[in-house]
Design a protein around this ligand. Structure first.
Ligand SMILES: [Ca+2]
Ligand SMILES: [Ca+2]
Length: 191
């Protein structure tokens, strides 16, 4: 073996080691998930309520959030390492606050979803929890001018890029987004 070749090989080995170290530290950052769980199957969430389309929207939002966080691969196969199964047990929609004339000032849409995250190999529930999400809205005014912090993020009306469109639809989406992000946070913080 020539000196030149040996040097070159050493260089390649060093680069490989660096990748290995970075690879490992990346892995350990994502390492709160049990080692045997690399992917998750998310079938359509069941809907025990009469509210139309929320199960479809919630399922796709949860799938999107998990894909975005890059914590688990999404699997289309029920023969996966884990599954997220859910049932929307309650959707309520009604007056939340009243003005001085006892007229409804604010409505609140809220949903409860029972979620289990199952370790399929060990037949064990990694998470079993009911998540709640809500959004407030007015039926008289547009979300961008209703004086309500619809998504409860501390930014109001025209100052908040998220507060626009159909008020009830917005409230439903806010509730769904909150639940999806709480589920992802629960997955991340379980271990
Ligand atoms: Ca807001
Ligand atoms: Ca608003």
């Amino acid at each position: 073996m020539t000196m030149e070749l040996r040097k070159r090989l050493k260089k390649i080995t060093n680069i490989f080691c660096i990748f290995l170290v970075f690879g490992c530290s990346y892995y350990s950052m994502a390492g709160s998930i049990p080692a045997n769980i690399n992917n998750v199957y998310i079938p359509l969430i069941e809907n025990d309520t009469a509210e139309f389309e929320i199960a479809e929207n919630l399922t796709s939002k949860i799938t999107q959030e998990i894909a975005l966080q890059n914590i688990l691969k999404i699997s289309n196969n029920s023969d996966s390492d884990s599954s997220i199964l859910g049932v929307i047990t309650n959707a309520s929609d009604g007056p939340f606050s009243f003005d001085n004339n006892e007229q409804v000032d604010e409505y609140r849409f809220s949903i409860n979803v029972k979620i289990i995250w199952v370790d399929n190999d060990n037949e064990k529930n990694l998470i079993e929890k009911t998540f709640t999400g809500f959004g407030n809205y007015s039926i008289n005014n547009d979300p961008s001018s209703d004086g309500i912090d619809n998504d409860n993020d501390g930014i109001l009306d025209e100052n908040d890029d998220d507060e626009f469109g159909d008020s009830r639809e917005l409230a439903i989406n806010i509730a769904i987004n909150k639940i999806a992000s709480d589920i992802v946070n629960s997955i991340l913080s379980t271990w």
